[in-house]
Design a protein around this ligand. Structure first.
Ligand code: BGC
Length: 391
C-alpha cells in the first residue's frame, strides 16, 4: 500500500514536471502579454558551410499570422508560412531542405542580391573615367553581383529585437574595395521586420568610401498555392506600371522604355499570369516568358503600393510596396526540374515567380535611366514590403 502511494506520488510529480517543462518550452521563446503580443523571434543553428562558417536560422513569427525563416547564408528567406482561406498554413516561397543545397549552384532562391541585382552588359561600367570589369556569370554579362555575390556570403547578425507589434532581424555585410570588381568598401545592412499585420519589411542601407554603383534586391520566388508541383500560371497579378524595359536577346535593355498598352505586359488590371505568357510577342519570346523590369508608376511618390499577386484557389494574396523605380517580374522560366523541393519533388518550369524591386538592369551603362551611383558621404536607403493576406 505504502509502495503504491509512493509510486502514485512520484507519477503525479513526474506528470506535473512534464506539463511544466512543456509549457516552459512553449512560452520561453515568445511573450504573450496581451492580445497583440503574439510575435517572436527564435534563433537556432542551421549548420556549417564548406568553409567552416556557422550559419544560423531565425524564425520570425506572428502566432496570429505568418512565420518567416531567414538564414545568415546569403540573408536568404528559406520559408514564409502563410494561412490560406481555410486557415491552413503552408510555405509559399521556394526553398531547400538544408544548407548544403543552398551552397550548390541555384538561381538565388530567397537570396539578398548585390552589389548589383540584374544584368550589366559585358560586366563593364565606367565611373569618374575609370573602367571597371566585373566577373561575368551569365555568358557575356554580369548577373546579380558576380560569382560570389551577396547571396553567397555570410551575413553578420547586428540586431535582434522583439517589440509588441513587430520583430526585427538586422543583418550586415562589409564588401571590401574591389570585391567582385566593384569599387569602394561598402557597408551594407539589411533589416527584416515582420509586423503584426503580416507584412515583411526589407530595409536596405549602405555607405561607401569610394564612388560606386549599387542595386540591392530580394530574390524570393513565390508560389502562393503552397504546392510547388503547381505552376504559378493560375496566379492573378497586378503591376502598377504604364511602361516596361524591353531587352535584347541577352536580356540587356535596348535603352528604350516601351508602353504596356495592348501588349502582354499590361498588368494594370488584375490579369492571369498564364493569359499571354506563351504569346508570340517578341519580348515575351526573348524572355522565355516574363523576365523583364517594369517601370513602376508614381516614382515621385517614393514608397507606394506597386504590385499584387493573388492565388484564387487558396485565397492567398501578396502586395508589394516599394520606393524603387522598377520591379523585375520573373516567372521562373529557367527552372527546369533539376532542383529538389524540401519534400521530395522538383522545382519545375514556372513553379515560382519573383517580384524583385530594383533599379533598371544595366543602369550604369544607360545614362537615361535613374542613377545607381552611390558617392561617399551619401546614404543608400531603400525599403520594400511584402504584405500577406487572405481574400
Ligand atoms: C533574372 C533571370 C534569372 C534569375 C535567376 C532573375 O532576376 O531576371 O533572368 O534567370 O534571376 O538568376
Amino acid at each position: 500500500m505504502k509502495l503504491m502511494n509512493i509510486s502514485l506520488f512520484s507519477g503525479v510529480i513526474f506528470a506535473f514536471l512534464i506539463i511544466y517543462l512543456g509549457s516552459k518550452e512553449n512560452t520561453v521563446n515568445y511573450k504573450v502579454q496581451n492580445e497583440k503580443s503574439v510575435m517572436g523571434i527564435e534563433r537556432s543553428s542551421y549548420g556549417v558551410t564548406e568553409n567552416d562558417e556557422k550559419i544560423d536560422v531565425f524564425k520570425l513569427y506572428n502566432l496570429k499570422g505568418i512565420q518567416v525563416s531567414i538564414i545568415t547564408y546569403g540573408g536568404r528567406i528559406t520559408a514564409v508560412e502563410t494561412p490560406d482561406k481555410n486557415g491552413n498554413k503552408e510555405n509559399v516561397v521556394l526553398g531547400f531542405k538544408n544548407l548544403e543545397q543552398y551552397e550548390k549552384p541555384n538561381p538565388y532562391f530567397g537570396a539578398l542580391v548585390g552589389r548589383y541585382g540584374n544584368r550589366i552588359a559585358k560586366g563593364k561600367f565606367t565611373l569618374n573615367n575609370i573602367e571597371y570589369q566585373l566577373a561575368k556569370n551569365n555568358g557575356e554579362n554580369s548577373l546579380h553581383g558576380g560569382l560570389v555575390g551577396f547571396d553567397k556570403v555570410v551575413w553578420k547578425v547586428e540586431k535582434i529585437e522583439e517589440n509588441e507589434t513587430s520583430v526585427v532581424l538586422k543583418l550586415s555585410y562589409l564588401s571590401k574595395d574591389m570585391e567582385e570588381g566593384f569599387p569602394g568598401n561598402l557597408k551594407t545592412t539589411v533589416t527584416y521586420t515582420l509586423n503584426y499585420d503580416n507584412s515583411l519589411d526589407v530595409l536596405y542601407e549602405a555607405t561607401t568610401d569610394k564612388t560606386t554603383i549599387l542595386n540591392l534586391t530580394q530574390h524570393s520566388y513565390f508560389n502562393l498555392s503552397g504546392d510547388f508541383s503547381h505552376t504559378i500560371l493560375d496566379h492573378v497579378v497586378e503591376i502598377n506600371a504604364d511602361k516596361f524595359v524591353p531587352v535584347d536577346n541577352t536580356l540587356i535593355p535596348t535603352g528604350n522604355l516601351a508602353s504596356v498598352d495592348d501588349t502582354p505586359f499590361d498588368f494594370r488590371a488584375p490579369t492571369l499570369v498564364g493569359k499571354h505568357i506563351n504569346s508570340k510577342n517578341e519580348q515575351v519570346t526573348l524572355g522565355g516568358g516574363y523576365d523583364h523590369c517594369w517601370v513602376l508608376n508614381n516614382q515621385g511618390k517614393g514608397y507606394r503600393s506597386v504590385a499584387k499577386a493573388y492565388h484564387p484557389d487558396s485565397g492567398r494574396t501578396m502586395e508589394v510596396l516599394t520606393d524603387q523605380p522598377g520591379m523585375q517580374f520573373y516567372t521562373g522560366n529557367f527552372l527546369d526540374g533539376t532542383l529538389p523541393t524540401p519534400n521530395g519533388g522538383v522545382f519545375g518550369k514556372r513553379s515560382g515567380f519573383c517580384f524583385e524591386t530594383q533599379h533598371y538592369p544595366d543602369s550604369p551603362n544607360q545614362p537615361q535611366f535613374p542613377s545607381t551611383v552611390l558617392d561617399p558621404g551619401e546614404k543608400y536607403e531603400t525599403k520594400t514590403t511584402f504584405k500577406f493576406s487572405v481574400n
